[in-house]
Design a protein around this ligand. Structure first.
Ligand SMILES: Cc1cc2nc3c(=O)[nH]c(=O)nc-3n(C[C@H](O)[C@H](O)[C@H](O)COP(=O)(O)OP(=O)(O)OC[C@H]3O[C@@H](n4cnc5c(N)ncnc54)[C@H](O)[C@@H]3O)c2cc1C
Length: 536
């Protein structure tokens, strides 16, 4: 049987591409890793964080994990909480990675990385979209469509030109806690002076409900977003696929690793292995749409078309600066609040909406003190007492930098005889000397502004390349039919029927999180495909 469309992946891109095709009346088979949490695993209760800490005798099971898997030890690759560890389950075996200085996170789970994302949902500026090779006039309505589907909490403020321009129908913004609202008030008092330094403060839109939407509930500010999905108020990508599974023209097949595709005259053939027993399945469709994530798509394309080739790679530079908000010393954070991002700073060095730096400000509570204590250069008991006293005044400034393609940032598929597919991905990634200097200057600028608002930085910690978990740029959009590039419909050069809906095509990576744009672009590509005849 030859289907109309095969979409691979139930993540942010696969899910929204599939929804658009289904809404246009097309037939879709979704193939997916689809790993879910063990049905028997302990879940966090539907209560707020303080109540769970004060009252639940079983709290160690979700906060620390039955095998203490929630306690990072040594040079940890990720800090996913125990209830979110299924996001990376199976990847060491099925998506092997040859150790390098680049930090990757891939997923074979139901919903992909979006099962645990932080919900920051930025609209890119026109200059950024153009640098990425995306058409701003097509993206503008696509952003609005995705906002309608997933629900965004946003307001018009000084950050809107950098993160939320052109949205409509949004809900009221997330409430700021005591610490962040005081910092914002300090900004408003010094606004003109801060803006004269090229820096503004405001909110990135958040994919969190502040009013009910369908069966999903407004956030109760229980501060449990990293541990559970209370009321489904934070949008997670599996929700889209879950809703599609009731549709007659949609079929979902999970538990699969797609390994290859082959194009024939009138269809594409896709080979997959069952994760359960390694057995092989073959599926056929007029068109294939890959939403396997930038790294996953690179594996599939290299293995199917050009095993020896090297691909470019983009990922944001990332620095975390713990800061001490002096007004908060000796004061407590309120019970009902969120540990998600509450306020952002933007630094636009050229005042042109390009190479803008994005800084998210987080207060710290529900991720637990033991993770901070291991960063303190004191004995455990002293570090714990100090962090306990300071934690309500801590503000984590996470500074994200844009990324540009360069010969020193490459991805390749290497032979790995022990892996089930006989290969493994590997990256060489080094920012240029110019980028390092430029990023350093930008960090000093924003941290200088934060200090002037009463929130000085204690240190700067530069994270490993890849640590933002934002990846893009492996198959850059091109106007020519150059091998290993995409056209503006996401079609892979040299093929007629293979399309890529994820971030592989982005030629440039802005500092803001890419995921709202991933969804909008997947919707745009699927919309264009849905209007084509089979033989176009
Ligand atoms: C903790 C965390 C916080 C984050 N916070 C933010 C944020 O605040 N803002 C932001 O913009 N971004 C954030 N991100 C990044 C965001 O989650 C990703 O950019 C986004 O989810 C990527 O979606 P995707 O569809 O491209 O790919 P993925 O999420 O990687 O989905 C890939 C899908 O394909 C399936 N798959 C992969 N390979 C195969 C295969 N070979 N065969 C079959 N199926 C396959 C997987 O099962 C999955 O369903 C965060 C990520 C994490 C982990």
């Amino acid at each position: 049987m030859i289907r109309e469309f095969i979409v691979v992946g139930s993540g942010m891109t696969g899910g929204h591409a599939a929804q658009t095709l289904i809404e246009a009346g097309r037939d879709v088979l979704m193939l997916d890793g689809g790993i879910q949490r063990d049905a028997g695993a302990t879940s966090a209760p539907e209560t707020d964080f303080i109540s769970a800490r004060e009252l639940d005798p079983e709290q160690h099971r979700y906060f620390l994990g039955d095998a203490f898997e929630g306690i990072p030890w040594g040079d940890t690759e990720h800090t996913l909480t125990p209830p979110r560890q299924h996001i990376v389950s199976g990847t060491e075996r099925w998506l092997p990675w040859i150790d390098s200085a680049f930090q990757r996170m891939e997923s074979l789970c139901y919903g992909g990385l979006g099962a645990g994302w932080g919900a920051g949902a930025a609209v890119y500026t026109r200059a950024e979209l153009e640098a990425m090779g995306l058409p701003p006039t097509e993206l503008a309505p696509a952003y609005r469509e995705i906002a309608k589907r997933i629900g965004l909490a946003a307001e018009s403020d000084d950050a809107t030109p950098f993160a939320g321009a052109g949205l409509s129908g949004t809900q009221t913004p997330l409430r700021m806690d005591l610490s962040i609202s005081q910092l914002h008030a300090a900004y408003l008092r010094k606004r003109d002076a801060v803006r004269s330094r090229g820096v503004v403060m405001g909110k990135v839109p958040m994919a969190v409900l502040t009013a009910d939407l369908g069966t999903r509930r407004a956030t109760a500010y229980g501060d449990m977003e990293f541990w559970a999905d209370p009321g489904q108020s934070v949008y997670r990508s599996w929700m889209t696929t879950e809703a599609l599974r009731g549709q007659p023209r949609f079929e979902y097949r999970g538990g699969l690793l797609v390994t290859h595709f082959r194009e024939h005259a009138d269809h594409v053939e896709v080979e997959a292995r069952r994760l359960e027993d390694g057995s092989i399945e073959t599926h056929r469709a007029r068109r294939l749409v890959l939403g396997t994530g930038t790294l996953g798509t690179a594996r599939l394309v290299l293995r199917s078309l050009a095993r020896e080739a090297e691909l470019p790679l983009l990922s944001n530079g990332y620095c975390i600066a713990p800061c001490l908000h002096l007004r908060m010393l000796g004061r407590a954070l309120e019970r009902h609040r969120t540990s998600l991002g509450q306020l952002e700073m933007y630094f636009d060095p050229g005042r042109a909406g390009l190479d803008v730096r994005m800084v998210s400000l987080f207060t710290y509570r529900s991720l637990l003190l033991f993770k901070l204590v291991r960063e303190v250069p004191l004995a455990l008991s002293d570090g714990l007492a100090l962090m306990h006293a300071l934690s309500s005044a801590l503000v984590l400034a996470t500074i994200n930098h844009p990324d540009h393609a360069d010969a020193g940032k490459r991805l390749r598929l290497k032979s790995a005889p022990d892996s089930p597919t006989g290969d493994a991905l590997s990256a060489d990634y080094a920012p240029t000397a110019f980028e390092r200097r430029d990023n350093d200057r930008a960090e000093q600028r924003v941290l200088g502004v934060l200090a002037s608002l009463g929130c000085p930085a204690l240190k700067r910690q530069h994270m490993k390349p890849g640590a933002t978990l934002h990846y893009a740029g492996t198959l850059p959009v091109s106007d020519s039919e150059r091998p290993l590039t995409l056209d503006s419909d996401g079609r892979l050069a040299g093929t007629r029927r293979v399309h890529v809906a994820d971030g592989s095509g982005f030629r440039y990576l802005p500092a803001n999180g890419l995921t709202l744009t991933l969804m909008a672009n997947a919707h745009r590509i699927a919309g264009r495909l849905s209007r084509r005849r089979d033989d176009d």
